[in-house]
Design a protein around this ligand. Structure first.
Ligand code: ADP
Length: 368
């Protein structure tokens, strides 16, 4: 298999391009527009939700994979029936498209997760099942970067959602920090994970990643790895799987959500690990032996740049931060949008974080 087709032209598809070039894989991207982040590899522009267009794209590739999780499952099943290899397969992707499907699947696997309930209307029994107000409400489908998540103290706060359809209620987890376990699985079942990272959010959006998560004990690390592998095996995930986790004050970890593609929390592995998540995803979907996930440096820090990430702005501060890597997604600027990131590896968390934050400040200063 040497032609990999990626549905979606966002930054994840973009960052697969250098890995594909190095491996000698042809990468074709089905983008929403020809000025997409991954425009250098876009070979078809159109609507991924239109079966005819998707089928035309699939004809020219050996394996179909994704930059996002929004392709209708029935289209993917139909393509599989016509002989297209789809990785991750639709039965696995189903868990990432609907948070209620994910919660039931994790329950069947006995994976630790927040208490949850699905409601169609203001249901006081359901809220007592998740521990009472305040609790978390989520739109089951279509939310991203915290946009479909609300802390709820009374029913009137989600009236607008309940008018449209079912809502997922979750216990408000009093976590000490958020973590993520990333790994990849190839069709034969080989599983290779990276060490657990810590993700720091601002306003429900990942702002920083610290790799590896500091002070994790071996039993937490082994639980995170084994639950991710278990999910991947059970649902036949192929490619990168990201499992977002909450760590409780007791040290217990519970699963927040899943992604089946390279993930924001794994960007630092491009600089820090023997194998980037983009290369590993391509290896997995082409059924190639997975690369080493050894970390080359003690600490890795990733800082997201929101709004805009302009090379010309970075040029003004690059000289002061020769070890910091600047990544731009070449997206039109829009407030709050993930536009790029900074990455830095180093010997200690304190030193590396402080240099990365200084680079972020310098970038912001040059931008304003
Ligand atoms: P999205 O799919 O939009 O990324 P998430 O389900 O990951 O939404 O939630 C976004 C953020 O909201 C999480 O990173 C976390 O900070 C917070 N959050 C989500 N679920 C819970 C919960 N059950 N308890 C406490 N905080 C939560």
């Amino acid at each position: 298999m040497s032609v990999v087709g990626v549905v979606g032209g966002g930054q994840l598809a973009r960052m697969m391009i250098p890995a594909a070039i190095n491996l000698g894989i042809d990468l074709k991207v089905f983008g929403e527009t020809d000025v997409a982040s991954a425009h250098l590899a876009v070979t078809q522009v159109g609507d991924y939700a239109d079966f005819t267009q998707l089928a035309r794209f699939a004809k020219g590739v050996d394996v179909l994979t994704f930059d996002h999780e929004h392709v209708p499952l029935e289209h993917l099943r139909a393509l599989q029936e016509q002989g297209t290899t789809v990785f991750p397969p639709p039965q696995a992707l189903a868990l990432t498209q609907d948070k209620t499907v994910m919660r039931s699947a994790l329950e069947e696997l006995d994976v630790p997760q927040p208490l949850w309930a699905v409601i169609d209307d203001a249901d006081d029994d359901a809220v007592s099942h998740v521990g009472n107000f305040p609790c978390i409400a989520k739109l089951p489908v279509g939310g991203y970067d915290g946009k479909g998540v609300r802390v709820v103290t009374q029913w009137s706060e989600i009236e607008d959602w309940l008018e449209k359809g079912p809502v997922l209620l979750e216990e408000l987890v009093e976590f000490t920090r958020e973590l993520a376990q990333l790994g990849a699985r190839r069709p034969s079942g080989q599983w290779q994970a990276w060490p657990v990272v810590e993700t720091r959010q601002q306003g429900g959006v990942c702002a920083q990643v610290i790799s590896p998560a500091e002070g994790l004990n071996p039993s937490q690390a082994s639980l995170a790895n084994s639950l991710a592998e278990n999910i991947a095996d059970t649902y036949g995930v192929v490619g990168v799987l990201a499992v977002e986790l909450f760590e409780k004050p007791s040290g217990d970890i519970v699963v927040n959500e899943l992604a089946m593609r390279p993930h924001n929390s794994g960007h630092i592995f491009t600089e820090q690990s023997d194998t980037s998540q983009f290369e590993q995803h391509l290896r997995a979907v082409t059924d190639t032996a997975l690369g080493s996930t050894r970390l080359r440096d003690n600490t890795g820090i990733m800082i997201n740049l929101f709004g805009s990430a302009e090379f010309s702005t970075w040029q003004q501060c690059a000289g002061d931060f020769p070890s910091v890597k600047f990544h731009s997604y070449q997206k039109p600027s829009r407030p709050g949008r993930k536009a790029g990131h900074l990455a830095l590896t180093g010997p200690t968390t304190a030193e590396t974080l402080s240099e990365a934050l200084a680079a972020e400040e310098a970038y912001k200063g040059a931008h304003s």
